[in-house]
Design a protein around this ligand. Structure first.
Ligand SMILES: [Zn+2]
Length: 357
Protein backbone atom coordinates (compact mmCIF):
# COMPACT_ATOMS: atom_id res chain seq x y z
CA UNK A 1 0.00 0.00 0.00
CA UNK A 2 2.61 2.40 0.97
CA UNK A 3 4.55 1.49 -2.02
CA UNK A 4 1.46 2.08 -4.17
CA UNK A 5 0.95 5.57 -2.71
CA UNK A 6 4.56 6.40 -3.17
CA UNK A 7 4.30 5.32 -6.73
CA UNK A 8 1.21 7.43 -7.30
CA UNK A 9 2.70 10.46 -5.67
CA UNK A 10 5.73 10.11 -7.79
CA UNK A 11 3.66 9.63 -10.91
CA UNK A 12 1.38 12.56 -10.11
CA UNK A 13 4.44 14.68 -9.56
CA UNK A 14 5.60 13.89 -13.10
CA UNK A 15 2.13 14.53 -14.36
CA UNK A 16 2.08 17.98 -12.79
CA UNK A 17 5.40 18.84 -14.31
CA UNK A 18 4.28 17.57 -17.70
CA UNK A 19 1.01 19.47 -17.48
CA UNK A 20 2.90 22.60 -16.52
CA UNK A 21 5.14 22.28 -19.57
CA UNK A 22 2.17 21.73 -21.89
CA UNK A 23 0.44 24.76 -20.40
CA UNK A 24 3.52 26.86 -20.87
CA UNK A 25 3.78 25.81 -24.53
CA UNK A 26 0.10 26.54 -25.05
CA UNK A 27 0.44 30.00 -23.54
CA UNK A 28 3.47 30.78 -25.61
CA UNK A 29 1.75 29.63 -28.80
CA UNK A 30 -1.36 31.67 -28.13
CA UNK A 31 0.64 34.75 -27.32
CA UNK A 32 2.80 34.35 -30.37
CA UNK A 33 -0.19 33.91 -32.67
CA UNK A 34 -1.80 36.99 -31.29
CA UNK A 35 1.33 38.96 -31.81
CA UNK A 36 1.49 37.85 -35.46
CA UNK A 37 -2.15 38.65 -36.07
CA UNK A 38 -1.69 42.04 -34.47
CA UNK A 39 1.34 42.70 -36.59
CA UNK A 40 -0.50 41.64 -39.78
CA UNK A 41 -3.46 43.86 -38.98
CA UNK A 42 -1.15 46.72 -38.34
CA UNK A 43 0.58 46.18 -41.74
CA UNK A 44 -2.71 46.13 -43.59
CA UNK A 45 -3.87 49.25 -41.87
CA UNK A 46 -0.76 51.31 -42.35
CA UNK A 47 0.06 50.26 -45.92
CA UNK A 48 -3.22 49.48 -47.60
CA UNK A 49 -2.87 50.57 -51.20
CA UNK A 50 0.55 49.40 -52.34
CA UNK A 51 0.06 45.86 -51.09
CA UNK A 52 1.53 44.02 -54.03
CA UNK A 53 4.41 46.42 -54.59
CA UNK A 54 5.27 46.37 -50.94
CA UNK A 55 5.14 42.60 -50.88
CA UNK A 56 7.31 42.35 -54.02
CA UNK A 57 9.93 44.74 -52.84
CA UNK A 58 10.02 43.05 -49.51
CA UNK A 59 10.41 39.68 -51.18
CA UNK A 60 13.17 40.94 -53.50
CA UNK A 61 15.01 42.52 -50.67
CA UNK A 62 14.73 39.30 -48.73
CA UNK A 63 16.13 37.28 -51.67
CA UNK A 64 18.90 39.74 -52.30
CA UNK A 65 19.83 39.73 -48.68
CA UNK A 66 19.83 36.00 -48.32
CA UNK A 67 21.24 35.07 -51.80
CA UNK A 68 23.76 37.73 -52.75
CA UNK A 69 25.51 38.17 -56.17
CA UNK A 70 24.58 34.98 -58.11
CA UNK A 71 22.32 36.13 -61.06
CA UNK A 72 19.99 33.66 -62.66
CA UNK A 73 20.89 32.70 -66.24
CA UNK A 74 18.68 34.25 -68.94
CA UNK A 75 17.90 31.35 -71.20
CA UNK A 76 16.71 33.19 -74.31
CA UNK A 77 19.84 35.33 -74.60
CA UNK A 78 22.95 33.45 -75.71
CA UNK A 79 25.27 36.41 -75.38
CA UNK A 80 26.46 35.12 -72.04
CA UNK A 81 26.36 31.47 -72.97
CA UNK A 82 29.67 29.66 -73.00
CA UNK A 83 31.31 29.30 -76.41
CA UNK A 84 30.94 25.73 -77.62
CA UNK A 85 34.38 24.13 -77.81
CA UNK A 86 36.09 27.48 -77.56
CA UNK A 87 39.51 25.97 -78.03
CA UNK A 88 38.76 23.94 -81.14
CA UNK A 89 36.78 26.53 -83.13
CA UNK A 90 38.38 27.54 -86.41
CA UNK A 91 37.05 30.01 -88.95
CA UNK A 92 36.21 28.26 -92.21
CA UNK A 93 38.16 29.31 -95.25
CA UNK A 94 36.06 30.42 -98.22
CA UNK A 95 35.39 27.51 -100.58
CA UNK A 96 34.92 29.19 -103.92
CA UNK A 97 34.87 27.14 -107.06
CA UNK A 98 35.35 29.62 -109.87
CA UNK A 99 35.43 28.90 -113.58
CA UNK A 100 38.55 29.86 -115.48
CA UNK A 101 38.28 31.34 -118.95
CA UNK A 102 41.31 31.22 -121.24
CA UNK A 103 41.17 34.12 -123.65
CA UNK A 104 41.01 32.86 -127.20
CA UNK A 105 40.86 34.40 -130.62
CA UNK A 106 37.75 36.51 -131.11
CA UNK A 107 37.22 37.07 -127.38
CA UNK A 108 36.34 40.55 -126.22
CA UNK A 109 35.38 41.62 -122.70
CA UNK A 110 31.78 41.81 -123.83
CA UNK A 111 31.71 38.44 -125.56
CA UNK A 112 33.28 36.72 -122.54
CA UNK A 113 30.83 38.42 -120.20
CA UNK A 114 27.92 37.35 -122.40
CA UNK A 115 29.17 33.76 -122.42
CA UNK A 116 29.04 33.54 -118.61
CA UNK A 117 26.03 35.76 -117.99
CA UNK A 118 28.01 38.38 -116.12
CA UNK A 119 28.87 42.01 -116.81
CA UNK A 120 32.16 43.01 -118.42
CA UNK A 121 32.92 44.87 -115.16
CA UNK A 122 32.91 41.51 -113.37
CA UNK A 123 35.80 40.30 -115.55
CA UNK A 124 37.81 43.11 -113.97
CA UNK A 125 36.20 42.35 -110.58
CA UNK A 126 37.60 38.82 -110.63
CA UNK A 127 40.94 39.80 -112.16
CA UNK A 128 41.94 43.09 -110.61
CA UNK A 129 45.44 42.84 -112.08
CA UNK A 130 44.41 42.89 -115.75
CA UNK A 131 44.53 46.02 -117.83
CA UNK A 132 41.37 48.10 -117.87
CA UNK A 133 42.00 48.85 -121.49
CA UNK A 134 39.97 46.40 -123.52
CA UNK A 135 42.53 46.60 -126.33
CA UNK A 136 45.06 44.92 -124.07
CA UNK A 137 43.11 41.76 -123.29
CA UNK A 138 45.70 39.13 -124.18
CA UNK A 139 45.09 35.86 -125.96
CA UNK A 140 45.99 32.97 -123.65
CA UNK A 141 45.38 34.98 -120.49
CA UNK A 142 43.51 33.04 -117.78
CA UNK A 143 40.55 34.94 -116.43
CA UNK A 144 38.80 34.02 -113.23
CA UNK A 145 35.04 34.10 -113.77
CA UNK A 146 32.96 35.05 -110.73
CA UNK A 147 29.54 33.35 -110.56
CA UNK A 148 27.74 36.64 -109.90
CA UNK A 149 28.41 40.25 -110.77
CA UNK A 150 30.85 41.62 -108.23
CA UNK A 151 34.43 41.78 -107.07
CA UNK A 152 36.81 39.24 -105.56
CA UNK A 153 38.32 40.92 -102.51
CA UNK A 154 41.48 39.81 -100.72
CA UNK A 155 41.12 40.34 -96.97
CA UNK A 156 43.81 42.48 -95.37
CA UNK A 157 44.92 41.87 -91.78
CA UNK A 158 42.67 43.71 -89.35
CA UNK A 159 40.04 44.46 -91.97
CA UNK A 160 36.42 44.30 -90.84
CA UNK A 161 33.30 43.32 -92.75
CA UNK A 162 31.89 46.79 -92.20
CA UNK A 163 35.01 48.34 -93.71
CA UNK A 164 34.88 46.06 -96.76
CA UNK A 165 31.18 46.73 -97.30
CA UNK A 166 31.81 50.47 -97.03
CA UNK A 167 34.74 50.24 -99.44
CA UNK A 168 32.50 48.85 -102.19
CA UNK A 169 29.26 50.51 -101.11
CA UNK A 170 27.37 47.25 -100.71
CA UNK A 171 25.32 45.88 -97.77
CA UNK A 172 27.25 43.78 -95.25
CA UNK A 173 24.44 41.23 -95.43
CA UNK A 174 25.19 40.58 -99.11
CA UNK A 175 28.77 39.61 -98.27
CA UNK A 176 27.69 37.40 -95.36
CA UNK A 177 24.94 35.89 -97.47
CA UNK A 178 27.22 34.72 -100.28
CA UNK A 179 27.47 30.98 -99.51
CA UNK A 180 31.03 30.13 -100.47
CA UNK A 181 32.39 33.05 -98.43
CA UNK A 182 31.74 30.69 -95.48
CA UNK A 183 31.20 33.48 -92.98
CA UNK A 184 29.73 31.73 -89.97
CA UNK A 185 27.52 33.53 -87.51
CA UNK A 186 28.02 34.62 -84.84
CA UNK A 187 31.76 34.93 -85.33
CA UNK A 188 31.91 36.14 -88.97
CA UNK A 189 35.64 35.84 -88.65
CA UNK A 190 37.75 37.14 -91.54
CA UNK A 191 40.94 35.34 -92.41
CA UNK A 192 43.71 37.60 -93.73
CA UNK A 193 44.67 36.85 -97.36
CA UNK A 194 41.50 34.82 -97.91
CA UNK A 195 39.25 35.99 -100.72
CA UNK A 196 35.63 37.05 -100.45
CA UNK A 197 33.13 37.53 -103.23
CA UNK A 198 31.56 40.98 -102.86
CA UNK A 199 28.28 40.72 -104.78
CA UNK A 200 27.20 43.89 -106.53
CA UNK A 201 30.60 45.56 -106.21
CA UNK A 202 32.59 46.96 -109.14
CA UNK A 203 36.19 47.97 -109.72
CA UNK A 204 35.23 49.96 -112.79
CA UNK A 205 34.78 49.43 -116.49
CA UNK A 206 36.96 48.51 -119.37
CA UNK A 207 38.10 51.63 -121.12
CA UNK A 208 38.53 52.30 -124.77
CA UNK A 209 41.34 54.62 -125.72
CA UNK A 210 40.89 55.67 -129.31
CA UNK A 211 43.69 53.91 -131.18
CA UNK A 212 46.42 56.21 -132.46
CA UNK A 213 47.69 55.68 -135.92
CA UNK A 214 51.41 55.08 -135.85
CA UNK A 215 53.53 55.40 -138.93
CA UNK A 216 56.68 53.44 -139.55
CA UNK A 217 58.86 56.30 -140.66
CA UNK A 218 61.74 56.02 -138.24
CA UNK A 219 61.54 54.65 -134.72
CA UNK A 220 60.96 51.08 -133.68
CA UNK A 221 58.69 48.73 -135.53
CA UNK A 222 55.49 48.66 -133.48
CA UNK A 223 53.34 46.33 -135.48
CA UNK A 224 53.88 42.69 -136.31
CA UNK A 225 52.23 43.10 -139.70
CA UNK A 226 51.94 45.99 -142.08
CA UNK A 227 49.08 46.48 -144.50
CA UNK A 228 49.38 46.20 -148.24
CA UNK A 229 48.31 49.79 -148.69
CA UNK A 230 45.40 48.72 -150.88
CA UNK A 231 41.85 48.29 -149.63
CA UNK A 232 39.12 45.88 -150.60
CA UNK A 233 35.45 46.42 -149.97
CA UNK A 234 34.59 45.38 -146.39
CA UNK A 235 31.09 44.23 -147.43
CA UNK A 236 29.57 42.80 -150.56
CA UNK A 237 27.08 45.65 -151.07
CA UNK A 238 27.71 48.81 -153.05
CA UNK A 239 24.58 50.79 -152.17
CA UNK A 240 25.44 53.83 -150.03
CA UNK A 241 23.09 55.68 -147.68
CA UNK A 242 25.72 58.26 -146.63
CA UNK A 243 28.87 59.50 -148.31
CA UNK A 244 32.04 60.89 -146.80
CA UNK A 245 31.88 64.56 -145.77
CA UNK A 246 33.14 66.99 -143.16
CA UNK A 247 30.24 65.89 -140.99
CA UNK A 248 30.46 62.19 -141.73
CA UNK A 249 33.99 60.74 -141.64
CA UNK A 250 33.17 57.56 -143.56
CA UNK A 251 30.68 55.83 -145.81
CA UNK A 252 27.49 54.01 -144.85
CA UNK A 253 26.87 50.87 -146.87
CA UNK A 254 23.38 49.46 -146.59
CA UNK A 255 23.49 45.73 -145.81
CA UNK A 256 21.05 43.19 -144.45
CA UNK A 257 21.56 42.47 -140.75
CA UNK A 258 24.16 39.78 -140.15
CA UNK A 259 26.00 40.10 -143.48
CA UNK A 260 29.74 39.31 -143.33
CA UNK A 261 32.28 42.11 -142.83
CA UNK A 262 35.85 41.66 -144.04
CA UNK A 263 39.15 43.28 -143.10
CA UNK A 264 39.82 45.86 -145.81
CA UNK A 265 43.56 45.35 -145.39
CA UNK A 266 46.03 43.38 -143.30
CA UNK A 267 46.68 44.73 -139.80
CA UNK A 268 46.32 44.35 -136.05
CA UNK A 269 42.93 44.60 -134.36
CA UNK A 270 43.13 47.38 -131.79
CA UNK A 271 39.50 47.49 -130.72
CA UNK A 272 36.71 44.94 -130.84
CA UNK A 273 33.85 45.69 -128.45
CA UNK A 274 30.87 47.91 -127.92
CA UNK A 275 32.30 51.38 -128.34
CA UNK A 276 32.71 53.39 -125.16
CA UNK A 277 33.01 57.05 -124.32
CA UNK A 278 32.94 59.48 -127.23
CA UNK A 279 32.66 56.59 -129.66
CA UNK A 280 29.34 55.34 -128.30
CA UNK A 281 27.64 56.23 -131.56
CA UNK A 282 29.57 53.44 -133.24
CA UNK A 283 27.87 50.58 -131.38
CA UNK A 284 29.83 47.36 -131.79
CA UNK A 285 33.08 48.51 -133.31
CA UNK A 286 36.17 46.89 -134.78
CA UNK A 287 39.27 48.99 -135.43
CA UNK A 288 42.25 47.64 -137.36
CA UNK A 289 45.59 49.38 -137.33
CA UNK A 290 47.43 48.61 -140.53
CA UNK A 291 50.84 49.58 -139.18
CA UNK A 292 51.51 52.03 -141.97
CA UNK A 293 49.75 55.05 -140.54
CA UNK A 294 46.35 53.86 -141.62
CA UNK A 295 43.42 52.52 -139.60
CA UNK A 296 40.04 51.23 -140.66
CA UNK A 297 36.84 51.42 -138.56
CA UNK A 298 33.89 49.04 -138.89
CA UNK A 299 30.86 50.23 -136.88
CA UNK A 300 27.27 49.31 -135.90
CA UNK A 301 28.13 45.58 -136.05
CA UNK A 302 25.66 42.98 -134.82
CA UNK A 303 28.47 40.51 -134.15
CA UNK A 304 32.20 40.85 -133.56
CA UNK A 305 34.51 38.15 -134.82
CA UNK A 306 37.86 39.61 -133.84
CA UNK A 307 39.73 40.41 -130.68
CA UNK A 308 42.10 43.17 -129.69
CA UNK A 309 45.64 42.17 -130.54
CA UNK A 310 44.58 39.77 -133.24
CA UNK A 311 46.46 39.89 -136.55
CA UNK A 312 44.06 39.85 -139.46
CA UNK A 313 44.73 39.59 -143.14
CA UNK A 314 43.01 41.38 -145.97
CA UNK A 315 39.66 39.70 -146.56
CA UNK A 316 39.42 37.96 -143.14
CA UNK A 317 35.92 37.74 -141.70
CA UNK A 318 35.90 40.11 -138.69
CA UNK A 319 32.20 40.49 -137.86
CA UNK A 320 28.70 40.94 -139.19
CA UNK A 321 26.67 43.99 -140.08
CA UNK A 322 24.06 45.33 -137.72
CA UNK A 323 22.27 48.30 -136.28
CA UNK A 324 24.00 48.90 -132.92
CA UNK A 325 24.87 52.35 -131.56
CA UNK A 326 23.38 55.41 -133.24
CA UNK A 327 22.04 53.80 -136.35
CA UNK A 328 18.67 53.87 -138.03
CA UNK A 329 18.91 50.60 -139.91
CA UNK A 330 21.34 47.79 -140.63
CA UNK A 331 24.42 49.11 -142.41
CA UNK A 332 28.18 49.23 -142.16
CA UNK A 333 29.77 52.53 -141.24
CA UNK A 334 33.28 52.26 -142.69
CA UNK A 335 36.16 54.68 -142.19
CA UNK A 336 39.72 54.87 -143.39
CA UNK A 337 41.90 57.12 -141.24
CA UNK A 338 45.41 58.28 -142.04
CA UNK A 339 47.30 59.35 -138.92
CA UNK A 340 43.96 60.04 -137.23
CA UNK A 341 42.54 62.03 -140.10
CA UNK A 342 39.53 60.72 -141.92
CA UNK A 343 39.98 59.93 -145.61
CA UNK A 344 37.31 59.40 -148.19
CA UNK A 345 37.16 55.62 -148.51
CA UNK A 346 35.88 55.93 -152.05
CA UNK A 347 39.29 57.31 -153.04
CA UNK A 348 40.81 53.95 -152.12
CA UNK A 349 38.06 51.43 -152.87
CA UNK A 350 37.69 50.32 -156.45
CA UNK A 351 34.62 49.72 -158.52
CA UNK A 352 31.33 51.57 -159.03
CA UNK A 353 28.96 52.50 -156.21
CA UNK A 354 25.41 53.71 -156.21
CA UNK A 355 23.17 55.66 -153.90
CA UNK A 356 20.48 53.54 -152.24
CA UNK A 357 17.72 56.09 -152.82
ZN1 LIG B 1 27.95 56.38 -140.86
Amino acid sequence: MEKKRDLWQRFSGYLVVAAGILLLIAVVQVLGLNELVAAGEEGVVTAVTPTTTATDSVATTAVTNTLPIVPLPVLNDNSLAPVPNPHTYQAKMPTHNFKIHIVTDFDTPNSIALQYGISADTIIGGNANISRESNLLQTGAELLILPVDGVLHTVKPGETLDAIAALYGVPVADIIGFPSNNLEAPFLRLIPDSQLVIPGASLGQFTFRAPKSVGNSGGAQQWAVVGTGTYIWPVDGRCLTSYYSGFHPGIDVSMAEGSPVYAADTGTVTYAAYAAGIYYDYGNLVVINHGNGYETFYAHLSGINAYPGQIVYQGDYIGSTGNTGRSSGPHLHFEIRSNDYGQNPLNRLTGPVRSCS
